[in-house]
Design a protein around this ligand. Sequence first.
Ligand SMILES: [Zn+2]
Length: 190
Amino acid sequence: MNDTCLAILAGRGTNEFLDEWSARFARKWMMRIAFSDHLASMRNHAFKWFRDECTEEWLIMVDDDMVPLPETEALLEAKGDIVGARAAARSGHESHQHSLSMGCVKVHRRVVEGLSPPWFQFGYTADGADVASCECLYFWQRAVDAGFTIVKSGVIGHRFPVTVVPGDSGPTFLLDHELRDRRRSTAVSP
Ligand SMILES: [Zn+2]
């Protein structure tokens, strides 16, 4: 992986594990894209940067709340036009199990140049009031339709808030959606 650009999508600041991991292979960095909070446009910005301002063969695009593990190494070795690491969604379950999470992906230049922008786009309900599909799915579907090889390889950690509650037999770890469920089940009506 000596021909790799790296884009880290910023939000909450990178972590030391990610910094160490990426310093090993990346030749060019684009970090902390702060022009927009909108995830799809941040990803489009990373792709555009890679297409127009880099000459390297590969782009690794990774979100700054991803934590590389020994099991993430497989992504660097894997072959395919697009290679994605398995990552957990905030529910704790695998994100995009039947498509591809954009949390940590390795993308070949032929994909970035072969698909017309925008590469990422959210889908909305007909009334525009809700998000119907995320930007990962949009990209994945277009890549599938264009016939690119999409491979999942390795896993990467995903950091998000966990609430820890002490107990006699050890702590309980609650994800946000579990905390909401717990609050709902114990809510007293006014
Ligand atoms: Zn998604």
